[in-house]
Ligand binder design. Structure first.
Ligand code: MN
Ligand code: MN
Length: 322
């Protein structure tokens, strides 16, 4: 049984491990030291890792992202003061482990991810996925659209990820949102990229992107217009549509998140990104991911900590409104 957004329920959830008894740095790292999914009767939100990076075009290594984000999430505490809520008390959140997929076949991996996502959400749970490279958004959107119909994607990324093919491959980390749009998984009146920057191949990239249903708030526009204007544009674009949130950690400036595969200068600060994610609380979030964390290029857990806080705000945005 799972709570719907308008259900007012006082019920007992199994929260994170008690850090007054076991120090946060001890023991196995589930996300935020939450219980494993086997330890709870039901889950409203399942946090699941997908250690897959066969779709990358530049630096590999995001297959190690889920473990790094979990390890970097040990210090997350249960109360979110900015949003004035305790997400793990308001919802049962559990760590569902990893979806272990074929590293040698993108087609097989994509099929396996969709099947496992269908299983995890069969009882009504929503997914917060830790990638993995951005390829995984396609099977996650296929699964999401089966339950919710076409969704508005709000996509935080330096890159459009609506390219067509690369070395003739149709499914890579640069193509998930083109394929999803072509397949009818997206509400083309409500999708939005935030944080786009860096050189493109051609001006036509932007025309294609517009045709596929995306509006753009560029990284430079966040600076020029300011956060309040940018947030209002996000609210206006998403409206009351079901929203799927996809966060490529490279939306952050390399100063804030060096541990990623295709870094670009001039990105958002982690403070700006977290503020956008807090703005999602008033929308209807049906699923989310944070992807492209590649720990081999990280320093001092900068990227892992940023990603763990992104995941925490994404979870908080899923807390029912009342
Ligand atoms: Mn990117
Ligand atoms: Mn991406």
């Amino acid at each position: 049984m799972n709570a719907s957004d308008d259900e007012e329920v006082e019920r007992v959830t199994v929260g994170p491990r008690d850090s007054s008894r076991t120090p946060r740095y001890a023991g196995f790292a589930t996300f935020a030291l939450l219980p494993r999914i086997e330890e709870v009767a039901r889950a409203d939100v399942a946090v699941v890792g997908i250690p897959f990076d066969t779709g990358v075009s530049y630096r590999p290594g995001a297959r190690f992202g889920p473990a790094h984000i979990r390890e970097s999430s040990r210090l997350l505490r249960p109360y979110n003061p900015v949003q004035d809520t305790s997400p793990f008390a308001r919802m049962q959140v559990a760590d569902a482990g990893d979806i272990a997929v074929n590293p040698f076949s993108i087609d097989d991996a994509v099929r396996e991810i969709e099947e496992r996502a269908d299983e995890l959400t069969a009882g009504g749970a929503r997914l917060l996925t830790l990638g993995g490279d951005h390829t995984i958004a396609l099977p996650l959107l296929r699964s999401t659209a089966k339950r919710h119909g076409p969704v508005a994607v709000v996509h935080f990324d330096a890159h459009l990820d609506t390219w067509d093919t690369y070395f003739d491959a149709p499914i890579t980390h640069g193509t998930p949102f083109r394929r999803a749009s072509e397949e009818g998984l997206l509400d083309r009146t409500g999708c939005l990229h935030i944080g786009i920057r860096g050189p493109l191949y051609d001006r036509d990239d932007l025309a294609d992107d517009d045709r596929l249903g995306f509006a753009v708030i560029g990284s430079h526009e966040v600076e020029r217009a300011g956060m309040a204007v940018a947030l209002q544009r996000m609210h206006d674009r998403l409206g009351d549509r079901p929203v799927y949130v996809s966060v490529d950690i490279d939306v952050l400036d390399p100063a804030h998140a060096p541990g990623t595969g295709t870094p670009e200068a001039g990105g958002l600060t982690s403070r700006e990104l977290l503020e956008f994610l807090r703005g999602l609380r008033q929308h209807r979030s049906v699923g989310a991911d944070v992807v492209e964390v590649a720990p081999a290029y990280d320093h001092a857990q900068l990227t892992g900590i940023a990603a763990s806080h992104v995941a925490y705000e994404l979870l908080t945005s899923m807390v029912p409104a009342s």
